[in-house]
Design a protein. Structure first.
Length: 317
């Protein structure tokens, strides 16, 4: 049997309220050449029942249903990739949904075998009302290194895996894997982009990113914020350990280091008291200020301030 053009990977954990709507949005795609890979990541609600019923009622769809012990979003995605057979991989969060023409609009780039295809998302509420069209640069085919610089300068949402299509062979041959429990997109997306031989950023607003009461308040969970900060540092360390292995320009490596550095430093603002002090200590131990190259007086001042005081650096940003 001919392989599908696209493998759509959906990690599932306790999303009984949303999963059917997500699957319906895929079923209604005008481009029909795809397989759906659903990973049940240890769900304890009725998600499995809904999925199996959907699978039974839609025999015309290629649905691979997989189960594993709960390990988080990163491990579920990685598990799904192992079973992907399509030319491209698309990651979808199960509480989100697509416009019906999303993959059709992107097919022209898949046909060209572009390594990484970027599209755009809309923030939507439970009533399916658009809260915001998330803007970003649009540009034709270029290298991943060129693309990364453009995105770093003017893209509001660069990290989410859900707004990219990845050529499967490129993704697997480079051994890309999501890591840790939190900020898994931040940890990998930059590395996937800069290694790409070809990249395109489209004006397709095809992904609907649901903003629920839970998604709007989850950042207020302070204990999880501490864990997120810990994982942010770990992602930075992984990047530092691996960036020199990549066959990319020195300038690009410096761009990546600056992006990670700024993200790690901004995380300081989510912590309080002793936790913040410990986090700043971790930053100082890693000498993040060295990632700000003093190309001009402004950069030199920023580097000097960061070396002296993380809090002052944040105030002056």
């Amino acid at each position: 049997m001919k392989a599908s053009k696209l493998s759509i990977i959906i990690p599932v954990y306790n999303v009984e309220k949303y999963i059917e709507h997500c699957l319906n949005s895929i079923k209604l795609q005008t481009m029909k050449d795809f397989e759906i890979i659903i990973i049940n990541d240890g769900a304890t609600d009725n998600s499995e029942k809904i999925i199996k019923e959907y699978q039974k009622n839609n025999p015309d769809l290629i649905i691979k249903y997989l189960k594993k012990e709960n390990g988080g979003l990163a491990s579920a995605r990685n598990y799904g990739v192992k079973f992907a057979e399509g030319d491209y991989i698309s990651f979808i969060d199960p509480d989100d949904y697509l416009d019906s023409n999303t993959y059709e609009d992107l097919k022209v780039y898949m046909d060209k075998k572009i390594d990484v295809i970027k599209f755009k998302l809309k923030l939507v509420n439970n009533k399916k009302e658009v809260i915001e069209l998330v803007n970003g640069p649009v540009f034709n085919e270029c290298s991943g290194e060129e693309a990364y610089k453009k995105l770093c300068i003017s893209d509001k949402f660069m990290d989410p895996a859900c707004i990219y299509l990845y050529r499967r062979e490129y993704f697997i041959e480079n051994g890309f894997q999501y890591r840790l429990r939190y900020h898994e997109d931040f940890g990998l997306t930059s590395l996937v982009i800069v290694n790409a031989k070809t990249f395109v950023s489209t004006n397709c607003y095809g992904y609907n990113y649901l903003q629920t009461d839970n998604s709007l308040t989850r950042d207020n969970d302070y204990n999880k914020n501490k864990l997120r900060a810990k994982d942010m540092i770990a992602h930075y360390d992984y990047m530092i350990d691996n960036i020199e292995k990549y066959n990319i320009k020195k300038e690009t490596k410096e761009f990546v280091k600056r992006y990670y550095t700024n993200s790690v430093i901004l995380k300081t603002q989510t912590l309080n008291g002793q936790d913040q002090k410990e986090y700043i200590k971790e930053i100082k131990q890693r000498k993040l200020y060295q990632n700000i190259k003093p190309y001009n007086l402004r950069q030199l001042i920023k580097r000097t301030i960061l070396k002296t005081s993380v809090k002052l650096y944040l105030k002056l940003r």
